[in-house]
Design a protein around this ligand. Sequence first.
Ligand code: PFF
Length: 450
Amino acid sequence: MKRQASSDQGMWRRQITFLLASSGSAIGLGNIWKFPYIAGENGGGAFILMYLLCITLVGIPIYMAETVVGHETRRNPVTAMSILAKQAGQSQRWRWVGGVACLTGLIVLSYFTVVAGWGLHYLVNAFEGAFQNEGSYAVRGIFIDLLSDPVAMLRYQSLFLMTVMLVVGLGVRAGLGVAGHVMVPLMLLMLGLLIAYSHSLGDMSAAIDFMFSFDTDALNWNSFLVALGHAFFSLSIGMGAMMAYGAYMPKRTSIPSMVFAVASIDLLFAMFAGLAIFPIVFASGLAPGEGPGLMFVSLPVAFGNMLYGSFMGALFFALVVVAALSSAVALLEPAVAWLNERRGIPRPIGVLLLGVLVWLLSLMSMFSFNALQHVEVVSGLNIFEFLDGLSANVLLPGVGFALAVFVGWRMDVQKFSHRRFFSLWIWLLRYVTTPAVLVIFVTALIQHVA
Ligand code: PFF
């Protein structure tokens, strides 16, 4: 297995393409739906500081590790780990880290497309004025109806998944690269319009209070777990995506500056998403809500009762769908590259095979809200919740930990030592990131089992 100068999948010619594609993968449902809510509930500004700490000490070092693994080998995550392990005289079992990462990406994709499908359904509904002048009761009814109707869910989820397959099928340049160039500016534009709207019609000061007030009492050990888990999810690490994207990165690119830029864009986007969402939620006298309820109940009610609400509501859900799409392609890519490089399966066929696999798996998630509602995988968790919990609490930190150990302690990193920031990075990986993830991982496991 030789190292090579460029990836068999194609390469991006400019750094900006890497930056946009990676930012597209980072900005997703995590930023729009989850971050504003968890920040508000866990101490606002105090949580944001803690999240910053998690990103800096754990997220960025692992992000760099993933990117370096891809960039050094120009191969898919499995082969990349295998090559680096061989070079360092380590066991070939390290390639399993790449394998589990690819698999985790597919599992996440299976339920991510279900939520994205809900977003698509809401986009159509908002545009048709379904939420106009409706109250919480009626909108909750729309959500419950959707969850109890597998055919409706399937329609939108399949449409979304097919779009993901199309983009990945088009390849690294014409698919992933172009998608980044189109979708990231589009998301910034949509978010800008939504903030302007919220600012003029919503209650911005209540939103700022909710998100940024410094409430240290709301912080506890669990907030720390939440912050760390979210750092993994939001930066798209632990799923092989950044190993794959690192392999397509142009040769002369400064990895630390790229990674730092993506992490900053991701955080800023999440904070501004909060400033788009909460002003209108508060202005409508609604509670900030919880989980899916915020995006699929409170927000449509708020939009439905405001000036130009149908249009702005549709714009919001269009943002959700675009953000989900630019993320979802990064979940499929690593496994497609693996099938192609390892098994010689052409990209379009690989996309089709994996697409069908993900689709079948997502059926389980969709049925867990209706026909299989009573099936509990482990105590109290339906299939959807189980897949979500398994990936966020076990697989992501597991892959992150293994990667930090490999790159920090096992890989031959001498050649990096003269580069700026790299010695700091290795030091962090060894003495901060690895122990931190271990503690979090073990705690999450104990909580899971308990
Ligand atoms: N970062 C995405 C979000 O915040 O929604 C989720 C994600 C996308 C994770 C792509 C991993 C990935 F490869």
